[in-house]
Ligand binder design. Sequence first.
Ligand code: SF4
Ligand code: SF4
Length: 434
Amino acid sequence: MSEKGKELFEKVKQNIGRTQEKGTLEEQFAEIWKLACIMKSKNYDLRHKYDDSVKEFVEKYKDQLIEMRDDFLENIDYYVEKCIEMLKKNGFKVYYAKTNEEAHEIFMNELGDNKVIYKSKSNEARDIGILDFLSENNIQVKETDLGDVLVELFEYKLPSYQVGPGIHFAIEDIVAKIKEKYGVELEPNAKAIVEYYRDIYRKELLNDVKVSLTSANAISAEDGCIMLMENEGNISIITRATEKHIVLVGTTKIVPSVFDALLVTKMIERTNDSTVAYISLIYGPSGTADIGGVTVRGMYGAKDVVVILVDDWRTKAKESFYSDFLRCISCKTCSFVCTASRVFGNIYASKYGLGASAIIRDYIHNGIEAAVEDGLFLCTGCENCTNWCPVEVNIAEIMRSMKKEATEKGLCPPALKGYQQKILKDKNPFLKKS
Ligand code: SF4
Ligand code: SF4
């Protein structure tokens, strides 16, 4: 084992220790997350709001989804080009950024003199690294998703559940924190907290938004439109009640048609068992032709809608061992069913989120040592992730390849190394003789 391997092994051990120590943030999250995953898995098989279970829904549309993702990946250049052409036709301002750094530069130019942006939850923003970049450039990013607002309230720095980032905060702790920070005393119940934030944020969002930032659940190449799904209404408000709406998104969010976009969005909704109040289709900036038939952009909605399509690692990934990952639709199913994620919560994670898909992203951006530090070797190889993925991304195989690379670089933990040697020597890791 290399010196670096020893250092990373110690870090992971310390992280595991924190998940077992009463009262640590890691322990609190791991407990809640385990319950959330179990509840999600139960709901997969319960007749809930629909006639079919989630598993039945996935089985029904899986082949269609896989065929669509494969078609996109085989013809990625065509679809990117088509998407840019159609978005432009619909009045979007469109950029194609080869790298994250290029995307940052474009974003800053579009931001102009504005020093505040309003943002909805976006994993793509993390992947593209825009949040760190904006904070380094003293741009204030105001979260609008309530879960993220709570994460800010607690100044919680660890990765949390992307779909419900505030799920692990206890109601009593939230009201205590609001009192401590804002001097406001609230009844310790969810309704009171929601009304408190509704009152503040609705006024602010309806009056103040100059620039908003979102990602997209999917972008249709043939129709030139973006699709966004939400429950709170924050995305609807910040994409309409703003001067400029910037959509920052990886090219892998492109799908051939608007029907495919809806299928992807619906699949994310069902596999997350989330309540969706709104699905928005945005076809460009608002406008009117009511005055003499002259089209003027920007009536009540955004005057400008800017789409920054980012490639960064995606084209290169086609030739790599993780090319399968390009099919990912970011549904997060692989986290809920993951044995390691259930046990280790947010220490089996990276700055890109929870679970294996976030660790793979860290590997892509920051290399194998980062992945080992995220807990790569905590993966049990159970293959639940692969078996449940609605687009058959072989996450378990990607994790295996990463473990192989880590082992070749001397980063494999000692216990596993011993296990490997025992297999090589005795052909059976359970024999006592060696
Ligand atoms: S790898 Fe599959 S299960 Fe995991 S987030 Fe992507 S699409 Fe969903
Ligand atoms: S193979 Fe690894 S990443 Fe996949 S579900 Fe099992 S423990 Fe999680």
